[in-house]
Design a protein around this ligand. Structure first.
Ligand code: M6R
Length: 606
């Protein structure tokens, strides 16, 4: 988490640093800061809270240096105060950092004993004192950083500038992504290429263990062993133009409404729509011999994976093991020969998902990743990449990335089933035809937004909300609850409808809205029994279903009608009502919808 930028410019850089930080706010927004080399010495401005506070500070106390670094923070060590905001600095060196320095306590003890005074609660400050210490002992900036890097443990991306050095910036990457941008007589550093998009599209990505000495005339990259290495210069397709809200009030609203288009793009990548066939890329593994599919991911991406499990088991008849990445990475789960491991991630940088991928790779699995950012670390470390074509997702609450992940997983399930003979050609055509219908059906759901605004008023008064679903609607219940809690801060839980009577039913009373995700499928009857159990205890039922509400046999607080769809595609369709309910509830409550408290879009720490 945290966003890093750096500019070796030909004019004052503070405004451009803030501009680049704005495109990195998805990585954290607890506090922000910039530091520049001002007539040979280092100066910084920092502010607690959103970037606009830093901008205000810079208006009253401008910086004019042509060399600078900037940071937007998601706090790991130390409260999100100005004192703990980056850049951290001594008289000699200023540092921005993304990641966690795991051995900072040992370093702090060692450096304090040597006379260094720590002013913050952050792990990053250890880097400042480590480099300063080397410099005080006579090392030049480059040797000082090289020596310091050898002593750091953990995951980090660093940007470092020095007093008296107007044409020098050092970057280092271990576990957290970093992109170097090449300009004309200028050089840039960023956590990703989107941050640098208005400045340059010529990008070099640092690899694990790399560090780089940047000057205006160019960059020299070294590997972990200190050997000079050449990293490719690529033309980035990140466009700053893509990152705006259009006519929408929030990025989340825009992204919800983009779903018919982006799902259609994603599907067209995996389907031969004209012939109603899957047209799936070669995963480099014989699909007929796969013994098991292992899926791992975090948050919303995990719920997409959970839907994938239902689909792969039902349609491809292959056993699927799934776990959240933060658990799977430490479980030492035995993984089978001829296993396919699938990792799902919007950002492609989620630390736990990446660590689990590495575990699976080391244990002989064929690795396929479903990612939205094709240049991400997870994509680069996979044997096969299955891109989602959702475009940049800026809202912290994942919406269009989720449904595009579902689209890719549905195609994967059909591809595996078809290859193994579990799906006949007729069934393949039926399933593909159903998928092709999805963008149109979602458009019909999006046309009825008024109803959600009304329902949101009621939901906003609730203290707790329950979501229920069965079969492939169960992950949708989990996703609905996650969406609501992350942007409205209302406590919400998702349950498998059949689990209700094993405990959660004790929570039901007149004040608890129960949102039931219940398409008219072969499980509807069972879900209806659970709905009646809720009704008997006075629960306020909001039914999301294409079924006739009169057939439910009990009073409903509300019915959200959905279009009739194929059982395969219901999770894609039902994602939209749960997103809209959460969105309008949060808007009604006046929360920060796109940047909810305590969260960040890209979770690059464990
Ligand atoms: O970038 P990823 O898809 O790997 O991120 C995983 C989760 O952090 C993410 O889905 C998170 O749960 C979202 N905020 C949910 O809306």
């Amino acid at each position: 988490m945290c966003g890093i930028v750096g500019i070796l410019g030909s004019k004052p850089v503070a405004t451009d640093l803030v501009d680049a930080l704005r495109r990195l706010e998805y990585r954290g927004y607890d506090s922000a800061g910039v530091a520049t080399v001002e007539n040979g010495h280092l100066e910084r401005r920092r502010a607690e809270g959103k970037l606009r506070n830093l901008e205000t500070r810079l208006l009253s106390e401008p910086l004019s240096g042509h060399t600078g670094i900037g940071h937007t923070r998601w706090a790991t060590h130390g409260r999100p105060t100005e004192r703990n905001a980056h850049p951290h600095m001594s008289a000699k060196v200023s540092v921005v950092h993304n990641g966690i320095i795991e051995n900072f306590r040992e370093l702090k003890t060692e450096l304090t004993a040597k006379g260094h005074t720590f002013e913050t609660d952050t792990d990053t400050e250890a880097v400042v004192h480590l480099v300063t210490d080397e410099m005080e002992r006579g090392a030049g900036p480059i040797d000082a950083v090289k020596a310091a890097l050898g002593k750091l443990k953990g995951a980090f991306a660093l940007g470092i500038i020095f007093a008296g050095e107007d044409d020098l910036m050092i970057a280092a990457r271990q576990g957290s992504p970093l992109a170097i941008g090449h300009g004309s007589g200028e050089m840039y550093l960023g956590s990703d290429a989107i941050a640098l998009a208005p400045f340059t599209d010529a990008i070099t990505y640092l690899e694990e263990g790399d560090w780089a000495v940047m000057r205006r005339a160019g960059v020299q990259v070294f590997d972990r062993a200190g050997q000079p290495v050449t990293r490719p210069l690529i033309k980035s397709v990140a466009s700053s133009l893509l990152v705006d809200k259009g006519n929408h009030r929030h990025f989340m609203a825009k992204e919800i409404h983009e779903q018919p288009d982006v799902i259609s793009h994603t599907l067209s990548n995996y389907l031969d729509m004209a012939n109603a066939r899957v047209n799936f890329p070669d995963l480099g593994i014989d699909l007929t011999k796969i013994s098991r599919v292992t899926i791992s991911a975090c948050g919303t991406a995990y719920y997409a994976g959970l839907v994938g499990k239902y689909w792969i088991e039902r349609y491809a008849r292959v056993p699927v093991e799934i776990d959240v990445a933060s658990e799977m990475r430490y479980r030492e789960a035995p993984l089978p020969a001829d296993g396919l491991a699938v990792f799902v991630s919007q950002s492609g940088e989620t630390a736990d998902t990446l660590a689990t991928l590495r575990y699976a790779k080391a244990n002989g699995q064929r690795i396929a990743s479903i990612v939205n950012v094709r240049t991400s670390t997870i994509a680069r470390e996979s044997h096969a990449v299955l891109p989602t074509l959702a475009g940049p997702e800026i809202g912290v609450a994942s919406t269009k990335a989720f449904t595009c992940q579902l689209a890719a997983l549905a195609c994967l399930a059909i591809a595996i089933g078809r290859a193994r003979g579990a799906i006949s050609q007729e069934l393949e055509q039926e399933l593909v035809t159903a998928l092709v219908e999805v963008p149109r059906l979602i458009s019909t759901v999006l046309r009825n937004e008024e109803q959600y605004i009304e329902l949101a008023h009621g939901l906003s008064k609730a203290r707790d909300v329950l979501y229920l679903g069965r079969g492939s609607s169960y992950p949708l219940a989990l996703e609905g609850a996650l969406k609501l809690k992350e942007i409205s801060y209302i406590h919400a839980e998702g349950y498998a409808a059949g689990e209700l009577k094993h405990g959660p039913i004790a929570l039901i009373d007149e004040a608890v809205p129960v949102i039931v995700v219940a398409p008219e499928d072969d499980l509807l009857e069972k879900t209806v029994s659970n709905v009646q159990e809720v009704a008997a205890r006075g629960g306020q039922i909001i039914l999301i279903s294409n079924a006739n509400p009169e057939t439910i046999g009990c009073a409903l607080a509300a019915h959200i009608p959905t279009p009739k769809a194929h059982p395969l595609t219901n999770p894609l369709i039902y994602a939209i009502p749960v997103q809209l309910l959460a969105y309008h509830t949060a808007v009604f409550m006046g929360t920060d919808v796109d940047q909810p408290r305590n969260l960040a879009k890209s979770v690059t720490v464990e």
